[in-house]
Design a protein around this ligand. Structure first.
Ligand SMILES: NC(=O)c1ccc[n+]([C@@H]2O[C@H](COP(=O)([O-])OP(=O)(O)OC[C@H]3O[C@@H](n4cnc5c(N)ncnc54)[C@H](OP(=O)(O)O)[C@@H]3O)[C@@H](O)[C@H]2O)c1
Length: 250
């Protein structure tokens, strides 16, 4: 029987690339996001290209009821082997005393609460399969940088949650992997800079950043290891990035 992966935030970037990579490798896919049109496009594209079954669930991970109601729509026979907690965002890059407090709330509600709600809603499925939870942290969850304040805090929280999950779920033989990318060229910076394409492009200028495919292939590798092997924590950057802030630009 094909395995099944549940991916949050699969309408673009890393989540969408993960959907493609797992579909290519005969997984059935459950994809989520808020943009229903894009979810349907991804579903059509993957079903046409691969011999896979794609289910879409449209909800906002910030909304606890919406998360649990969406998961309740899955047939009772659903089997889930891998959960990729990928939905997330940065909003703004402003000093602590100037940043928009609503941006802070959205980041914490999405990156932290959304991940918690989704994990709890999916755990009954993951326990049954002794499955694998893969959380998208960030290099920003390893080192704080100037004007990164609450985005960094949200990803430090993801780091702590991954470590806690690994301890508390040990008795269930559930794997927990934290993936911490450096700069990846996706819609991430367009979202962070609220549609300002000049600022977004500048974030990836004069070096070769990671692609969403690079990260998806790494995630797939982690999910494909033998049952007794678990990569706990993996930080990945492009060649020209040494840490959260230091780049060797051309
Ligand atoms: N790109 C980077 O440089 C980088 C580096 C380190 C870590 N990361 C992390 O990697 C993850 C994926 O980011 P990405 O680079 O692929 O960005 P992206 O292209 O902007 O994709 C983000 C995805 O998250 C979904 N999402 C955002 N808010 C959501 C919400 N409230 N409810 C449901 N879905 C939501 C979006 O879907 P909808 O808009 O359709 O809801 C989209 O599919 C994030 O957790 C991010 O923090 C990114």
């Amino acid at each position: 029987m094909n395995k099944t992966v549940f991916i949050t935030g699969a309408t673009s970037g890393i989540g969408k690339s993960c959907a493609e990579k797992f579909a290519e490798n005969n997984y059935n896919i459950i994809i989520t996001g808020r943009r229903v049109g894009l979810l349907e496009e991804v579903k059509k594209e993957l079903e046409n290209k691969y011999n896979t079954e794609v289910t879409t669930l449209c909800f906002d991970v910030q909304n606890k009821e919406a998360v649990f109601n969406a998961v309740a729509l899955l047939p009772a026979t659903t089997v889930i082997d891998v959960l990729i907690n990928n939905a997330g965002l940065a909003l703004g890059r402003d000093a602590f005393d100037e940043a928009d407090i609503t941006d802070w709330e959205t980041m914490m509600n999405t990156n932290v609460n959304g991940l918690l709600y989704t994990s709890r809603a999916l755990l009954p499925f993951i326990k049954k399969t002794k499955g694998h939870i893969i959380n998208l942290g960030s290099i920003a969850g390893k080192e704080v940088y100037e004007n990164g304040n609450v985005y960094c805090a949200s990803k430090f929280a993801v780091d702590a949650i991954s470590k806690s999950m690994r301890i508390d779920l040990l008795k269930h033989n559930i794997k927990v992997t934290s993936i911490n990318p450096g700069a990846v060229e996706t819609e991430f910076s367009i979202v962070r800079f609220k549609g300002d394409e000049t600022k977004a492009e500048a974030a990836y200028k004069n070096y070769i950043p990671l692609t969403a495919k690079d990260v998806a292939e790494t995630i797939f590798y982690c999910a494909s290891l033998p049952d007794h092997v678990c990569i706990n924590d993996l930080t990945i950057t492009c060649l020209q990035q040494a840490n959260a802030t230091l780049f060797n630009k051309n």
